[in-house]
Design a protein around this ligand. Structure first.
Ligand code: FAD
Length: 422
């Protein structure tokens, strides 16, 4: 069980993505004791799964590593992975919180030698790559994972495979006796930075996601382009491994649609433009077509839009794609719809389609949820009548990393103000 001493002058941060990490670092570097809980076995959130950042097109691991370095030297900040809040009681300035931690079955002796994975044969869907490939049931979540420590999937605990992993470990790092534990914290304020999840593209039935293997989503495309992804960075079709050289990006796949997500997620246009550059970088003869309703690229991001438009092999078509069908033999995809600028019908075949699906906020799923306010779409709002728990980043609105970081810094200040008043 974790030994954590906190008081009502301490701050809890829920979610270890870019927003949660930022809020935790800012508050702890200002002199406050902070506990950060993250449900994944690693920190970094969705950003860790992105290949390159728009607009600079640099890898996000650099920025994450700078933050992890700040965390390593900060004694005021404690973090717990595979952990979630299971209960919150009290009010601003005086919360009693219970944290539940799932067993990792691997302790801090792990050197990441990988011997456990060598002897284990069972494979599971790789959650980091959105299930596009398999990993051994003893695994490192991803090559830059922080903390850098293996995880054993519960499916092999209590089996011969679990025993084999235990015997293969020379460092005594595998502990098959680990169980779910919980511990209590007293805190004065909470920053809720649980982020977002991709909208379920299979709900947009007319695009065939889940039915046609070569229809993928934007988050999958990030993994496909990544050298550490399921194909070693090759942008190829899931159906047959063929080079995907002619790719359609469909914007607002379920977004700005009363039947799905009525709001705009703000970043999808930029994400598709960025992904079109992945394609063009890989295939000099590759062609990307971005089917859009309107392009949303504001301020400095407009410069990126202008730059991407300079590439004549990246087409922007103002349109509404109504339907996708698959040629069963070739796996090619036929897009049908209307060019809303010319009024002409669109009927064009592509190797692969990337659906730009929007961001859905991760709410507060507790049996007895605390008293906080949400907007009509489930995003946390800042309600002066309900101080003490502050949303940060994409739980407050769908947005990019730079804005998430600013928002998280503001939420750290709000949390500090709450406890400083006591
Ligand atoms: C396809 C795509 C590409 C993108 N590319 C870019 C880009 O190039 N540049 C850019 O600036 N932005 C980009 N974004 C946006 C970027 O992903 C977000 O701005 C960023 O993820 C926001 O960080 P966050 O910490 O708010 O949320 P998240 O990254 O979602 O992190 C939230 C964390 O909270 C954890 N969590 C969730 N629930 C709980 C719970 N109950 N208890 C404990 N932990 C919990 C999650 O596991 C996660 O680690 C892209 C988005 C998409 C969809």
């Amino acid at each position: 069980m974790a030994d954590v001493q906190t008081t009502n002058q301490s701050i809890l941060v829920v979610g270890g993505g870019m927003s949660g990490i930022t809020a935790a670092l800012e508050a702890s570097e200002a002199g406050y004791d902070v506990v950060l809980v993250e449900k994944n076995p690693y920190l970094g959130g969705r950003v860790a799964q992105i290949y390159h950042y728009f607009p600079k097109l640099c890898p996000p691991n650099c920025g994450l590593e700078i933050n992890f370095k700040r965390m390593r030297v900060n004694p005021r900040l404690r973090f717990f992975t595979m952990s979630e809040v299971s209960g919150i009681k009290g009010s601003a300035g005086d919360y009693d919180v219970t944290i539940k931690t799932m067993p990792r079955y691997v302790n801090e002796n792990c050197t990441c030698c990988g011997k456990c994975a060598e002897v284990v044969e069972t494979e599971i869907d790789n959650p980091f790559n959105y299930g596009m490939d398999k990993i051994k049931a003893a695994y490192l979540p991803h090559p830059f994972a922080f903390p850098m420590r293996y995880v054993l999937d519960p499916s092999i605990v209590g089996t011969e495979e679990g025993k084999k992993a235990l015997e293969a470990c020379e460092y005594g790092a595998i502990d098959l006796e680990m169980t779910e534990t919980s511990f209590d914290l007293k805190v004065g304020a909470i920053v809720w930075a649980a982020g977002w999840q991709p909208y379920d593209a299979s709900k947009v039935e007319y695009y065939g996601f889940g039915e046609y293997p070569n229809v993928i989503t934007n988050v999958m495309m990030e993994r496909l382009a990544d050298p550490n992804g399921p194909t070693g960075g090759k942008i190829v079709r899931p159906s047959d491994g063929k080079e995907a050289k002619k790719v359609a990006f469909i914007q607002c796949a379920g977004s700005r649609d009363e039947n799905h997500l009525p709001y705009c997620s703000g970043i999808c246009c930029l994400a598709s433009m960025k992904q079109a550059t992945y394609l063009r970088e890989q295939y000099p003869d590759g062609e990307a077509t971005i089917f859009f309703i309107d392009i949303r690229a504001l301020d400095r991001l407009e410069d990126f839009y202008i730059k991407v438009q300079e590439d004549e092999k990246i087409q922007f078509v103002k349109s509404k794609i109504a339907f996708i069908s698959e040629d069963e033999e070739s796996g090619d995809l036929l897009l049908e719809g209307e060019n809303t600028r010319t009024g002409k019908q669109i009927r064009e075949t592509f190797d692969m389609v990337v659906l730009a699906t929007g961001m859905v906020p991760n709410g507060i799923a507790l049996e007895e949820p605390p008293d906080v306010s949400f907007d009509d779409y489930g995003f946390l709002t800042l309600d002066p009548e309900k101080p003490g728990i502050f949303g940060a980043g994409c739980v407050r609105r769908p947005t990019d990393v730079a804005s998430s970081v600013q928002d998280a810094t503001a939420s750290a200040l709000k949390a500090i103000q709450t406890i400083a008043r006591r």
